[in-house]
Design a binder for this molecule. Sequence first.
Ligand code: NA7
Length: 546
Amino acid sequence: MQVAHEREAVTRAAPGEIDALIVGAGFAGLYMLHKLRELGFRVQVIEAGAGVGGTWFWNHYPGARCDIPSIEYSYSFSPELEREWRWTERYATQPEILSYLNHVADRFDLRRDIRFETRVTAAEWDEDHARWTATLDDGGTISAPYLILATGALSAPKTPDLPGLDGFAGDVLHTALWSDAVAIESKCVAIFGTGSSGIQVIPQLAARAAQLTVFQRTPNFAVPAGNHPLSEEQLAQAAATLARDREAARRSALGFFSVPRAGSAKAQSPAARAQRFEEQWGAGTTGMLLAYEDLLFDLESNGHAAQFIRDKIAAIVRDPEKTRKITPTGYPLGARRMCSEIGFYETMAKDNVALVDVREDPVVSVEGDAIVTRSGRHPVDVIVFATGFDACVGAIRAIDIRGRDNVSLRAEWDKGPRAYLGLAIAGFPNLFTITGPGSPSVLSNVVLSIEQHVEWIARCLSDLRARGGAIIEADADAEQSWMAHADEVAHQTLFPLADSWYKGRTRDGREVFMPYVGGVGAYRAKCDAVAGSGYAGFTIRESVTA
Ligand code: NA7
């Protein structure tokens, strides 16, 4: 009834016009489209890929898999969808997640409002007409009162600028832009990067290549993925408690079903600690971090957990030189993204796998058939970059966004990424960011965080529609206070002690910790309170066209 009533109140846009433009058709864009359409808005999605899925469309390197349990890393908005989809493994592979997203697109008939293989290159706010006009890479433009960036926090790939790379005669791949057409079998392969993607792809490459050379910059902590097929019994058990688990996750710190175990690592005896760590070692990606509730807050406790993992690494890798290079030191466990591994450390121990630490033996140049480091020459046929993303802000910065008075978002974010609640940016009216900087995003179960943002934005647009299509803009002082608060809560944890992609950097070198770590439950309560109060921290103006 409520939806039908809202449909009657649909906007005043002329036939063929749209109310909202969404950029991106990954988890965020698909649900945003569905939600707005359900509320009677006319929506157009622009997607660069040839299909839905966003990061899960592009990231199809061998071994790509989610490191959050599939049942948690899925939509909760439709109980029917939850009932009919059957995950086959605890941690879904990329093909399975992509099938899921394709199923969602079909089930909710989403494709008819998505324009594929089209990229938004620029977007400009027109104050006189209260609309955004986006420029597309096919030369067209499209305009709408509201612009929603569902561009993903990990979707703008980064490639290092190695001297001589252009002259390399072999194949070059990036894990985020994979091509199965490149032959790996019996080749000499080089891989740069040992983050989540590198750690997943390395065992797959080593099994097929004649020789694999891993160029590592910073060693990461990796724990056994603990993956397994999901039995009927396990699925039934999960289904029985799903609604309750989802609700608890929404109110939790990180948005997961599992929560940290009580107690402090440093307060326990070495024997009790070792036993608890052993129990958590096989408990999946977050297992070790959930061993004690103080691990992300107390350096001494954290040190015990870190040492436990270092000992495990040494026992698997054995070769003393490789162990020395691959063992993470100098930053707290969990302060950089925890990686989950299936056979990574065993692979690194193999004879056909070499490890170059580029911090002690830097790359000098790339030649036609080799990578030359200070200490020698490494012949290679294929170079794989597992060098990650311009995280949290890269995909937004890739669009030339101009707000009020033609202010450039890129130039503004050069002074430091900022967004009020990670949802809206002062100076950029009627623009929304899903999982933007200053929201839990990558330091939470991101699907849960996406759903929360989509639902908040949908509520906001409905409220604005009820006011005749009003204009909303974040206030600069509210935004500044929010970012200061986000920084303050980050500094109550150990996260700032590591150099990581969670941090953005300003032009003058200041660090900005981008994800909000004050807890997804507290964050949700804040967002709900803001909306409930009539959007405190925002200015709402009547539309000039009203
Ligand atoms: P990450 O986690 O950003 O990892 C990128 C890796 O590439 C990391 O180890 C980098 O080292 C390394 N890197 C970057 N440049 C170089 C050079 N020049 N030489 C050697 N190594 C380099 O990206 P992923 O794709 O693995 O994972 C991103 C997220 O996607 C992940 O958390 C999942 O949620 C999915 P650095 O640490 O910068 O020293």
